[in-house]
Design a protein around this ligand. Structure first.
Ligand SMILES: [Zn+2]
Length: 83
């Protein structure tokens, strides 16, 4: 599988670390349901918005949509957390 980093171009998936579903970015406010946010995840078959870290590349935190059945992935975009 290849993923396309907006800074480095198309790279092998092994250069990236999967961070999780993009829903992780919607952290609950203090006093909110932190346990549900941390442990209760959807696992859909089909398109899923995800976060990826280009850990063996530029170190950017990236987001994009990947089909969990076919692994077809749209080019990633910066998630605003690049190092
Ligand atoms: Zn990169």
């Amino acid at each position: 599988m290849r993923l396309t980093c907006p800074l480095c171009g198309a790279r092998d998936r092994r250069e990236f670390t999967w961070v999780g579903a993009a829903a992780l970015r919607a952290r609950p406010a203090p006093g909110g349901d932190f346990v549900a946010w941390a442990h209760e995840r959807e696992n859909p078959a089909g398109p899923l918005d995800e976060l990826w870290l280009h850990s063996a590349g530029c170190g950017a935190l990236l987001c994009g949509t990947r089909d969990t059945v076919t692994h077809a992935a749209a080019p990633l975009t910066l998630a605003g957390g690049e190092r």
